[in-house]
Design a binder for this molecule. Structure first.
Ligand code: SF4
Ligand code: SF4
Length: 211
């Protein structure tokens, strides 16, 4: 058992493996002989082995400043997010931004047609803030200083804009934590652009493998 400090992005698999095992992997931890399970998966494995029970539920986390009560709840797979909202309730329904995932890297979801699955069952309800305007990059370097994987997000943006080769930037190490966007004073969606570059490289890799 290892006790660790709490800090943002520790729950990210790359960050966790780097911190606990002092190992950096490229795509999956199994490359280094490591498997990472969360508590919900461990519970599902235990129930399957001990009671031959298939996984029919997941432990979902409801967090953020707009739920009436933040909590963990065992939810049946396939439950609509709308039902969960009816059960837990928002503080002020009209001002809520609902994300699947955390505050920094989460994706906005529409509860009307969203079904809860075992994949990333974290739902953040946040107060809607005024839209911020995107400005030009001022070359402050904050995205570089903040990146936990020591990448150079601003240089990656430059390379993507100029359609340069991205292979030297080690994009596969990006954990998509979103911190580069969070700290950017120009409100540039840096991590979204980095993610696009990462996807482009993966697509190229698949394409070359298929040829
Ligand atoms: S999302 Fe941004 S800060 Fe996070 S690892 Fe990727 S480049 Fe670095
Ligand atoms: S944090 Fe934003 S403004 Fe600063 S260098 Fe990075 S992309 Fe440019």
């Amino acid at each position: 058992m290892i006790e660790m400090d709490e800090y943002y992005a520790l729950s990210n698999t790359k960050e966790l493996v780097k911190t606990v095992k002092k190992v950096i992997f490229k795509k999956t931890p199994t490359e280094k002989g490591i498997i990472v399970f969360n508590v919900s998966t461990m519970l599902a494995i235990y129930r399957a082995l001990k009671y031959q029970r298939p996984q029919i539920t997941t432990t979902a986390q409801f967090t953020g400043n707009m739920w009436k009560n933040n909590c963990y709840m065992e939810v049946r797979l396939g439950t609509s997010l709308k039902e969960a909202i009816e059960a837990l309730q928002f503080k002020r329904a009209k001002e809520v931004l609902l994300l699947q995932g955390g505050m920094v890297e989460g994706k906005v979801v529409d509860p009307e047609d969203f079904i809860i699955t075992a994949k990333m069952p974290i739902y953040t309800a946040w107060k809607v803030t005024k839209e911020t305007k995107q400005e030009s990059c001022i070359r402050c370097g904050k995205c570089i200083k903040t990146c936990p994987m020591n990448l150079h997000p601003v240089l990656i943006l430059d390379a993507i804009q100029k359609k340069k080769n991205l292979t030297r930037f080690e994009l596969e190490r990006c954990t998509e934590c979103g911190l580069c966007s969070y700290v950017c004073p120009s409100n540039i969606p840096v991590h979204e652009i980095v993610k696009m570059g990462k996807q482009e490289l993966t697509d190229k890799e698949h394409h070359s493998l298929c040829q």
